[in-house]
Structures are given as C-alpha cells and as structure tokens.
Design a protein. Structure first.
Length: 249
C-alpha cells in the first residue's frame, strides 16, 4: 500500500503544474550579474535564471522515468527546464480534483483509502500554506526596492521575494514522524502570527493598513498559496525506490 501511495503522489498527472519561485531574494541581482551560468545558482534561482516560467509544468511524459534514473542531477540543463515539477524546481499548486472530496474527508476516507490523498490533497490535509510569488516580475520588483515603496501590492503578490514569511515571525512547519526515525523538512509556514487577533481586526484592515496586516495576518489577508511539499527529507529516495521495486500487489 505504501508503494502505491508513493507512486500516486510521484506520478505527474493533471496537477503537475505549479509556481516557479526563486529560493533566495538575491536571485534577481545574481541573474543581472551573470551568475546563472553556475549550476547551483540556476537551481536556486530557477525563475530569475529563466529555467522555468512562473507558471510551470513538466513538458514530457518521460520526466518521472528520467528523474528516477538520476537525470535531474546528471543532465540539469535539460531536466530542470523540461521537467521542473518532477525535479523539484516548482512548487506544485494544490487543489481537490473532485467536488466530493470534502464529504469523503469528513467520512474518514482519507485514512481508509490512501490513494485519495492524490485526488483530494486539500481536503485530506496534504497541502501546506506557503509564501509564494504570484507575479512574473516579483524578483525584479523586489530587487528594485518595491517591497518597501509599494507594500500594499508587493507583500500580497510577491510574499516570497519580499521575505514576508520569516522564521522570527512565523512558526516553522514541522510534521509528525512515525517512530521518530525519519528526518523532517522544515518550512516557514504562511500563517497568521496571532489568528485570534487577526480575526478581530478583520479583512478590511488588509487594505487600509497593509504594511502591518499583511505581515502579521497573511492567511486572513489572502496572501498564502496552498502547495505540495515533501514532509520528509528522504521522500525523493523513497519514491524512486518504490517505483523500482517489483509490484507485490
């Protein structure tokens, strides 16, 4: 059953598209300085280096098999551009594929039928609220100082480039580990700093006082993006091993 679940989550299907975001706020400046010729910069700054468009998806059906063969590492120039989702360059956008997902989740089907996690990631709680840029030009705007001069727009549309979700302000997302043996990934979640206070302030303040509200109440103000992320650092290895293993079902 675990193998089937891993394969289901790894296979690029109808949800294999996402958002191509830089991992470092300095990426726009590095790209201007010609640093994109370096492979590690290209992977850290896929958007600014033109590795993938802001809205990205895998371009070939063979991406999963190629990635399983180690091509993301051995042929990065081709793979990162043509298989950005499979190679982990893009954050996969989360949404339920079926209108009945909410009902199934309330009936406990997510636990009874693990394959449902691939169809209903939102209702089954697979997704994570992340600070992801929503506009193509966010890195360049941020490099030009617009995060400070145009807060109301930039913090909402370019939360990653504007470093909206920082560890000192927002909780680091951690996930329970069965048996405590596997190493967790850690991500700064996009969440209200004080949920109760944010509800009291209300959404109307998001427009009238964006500088404070968008930083303290990003969830209430609609800044966060639901996306899929690995919860354990060895997920890629486990998925590849499951795909190589003989089918015992």
């Amino acid at each position: 059953m675990l193998r089937l679940l891993l394969v289901a989550l790894a296979l690029p299907g109808s949800r294999s598209w996402g958002l191509c975001n830089d991992e470092d706020v300095s990426c726009a400046n590095w790209a201007k300085a010609g640093e994109c010729e370096k492979s590690h910069v290209k992977k850290q700054c896929p958007h600014s280096c033109g590795v993938c468009d802001h809205l990205c998806k895998d371009l070939h059906e063979g991406c999963l098999a190629w990635a399983d063969a180690g091509e993301c590492e051995s042929s990065p120039d081709y793979m990162l551009k043509n298989c950005p989702v499979t190679c982990g360059v893009c954050r996969v956008k989360c949404y339920d594929e079926d209108a009945s997902c909410g009902t199934w989740a309330r009936q406990g089907e997510c636990a009874k039928n693990p394959s449902l996690l691939s169809t209903c990631p939102v209702s089954c709680g697979t997704c994570t609220d992340l600070c992801l840029d929503k506009k193509e030009s966010c890195p360049q705007w941020a490099a030009n100082g617009d995060c400070g001069t145009n807060e109301g727009y930039m913090l909402k549309e370019c939360p990653r480039s504007c470093e909206l979700c920082r560890e000192e302000h927002h909780q680091v997302s951690s996930h329970p580990v069965a048996g405590g043996a596997r190493e967790l990934t850690q991500t700064v979640a996009c969440a209200d700093v004080n949920r109760k206070q944010c509800v009291i302030w209300g959404e109307q303040l998001c427009e009238s006082n964006p500088g404070a509200m968008l930083r303290d109440c990003p969830h209430t103000c609609g800044v966060c993006t639901l996306a899929c992320e690995d919860k354990y650092k060895d997920c890629a290895y486990c998925a590849a091993a499951a795909l190589r293993a003989p089918d015992s079902s």
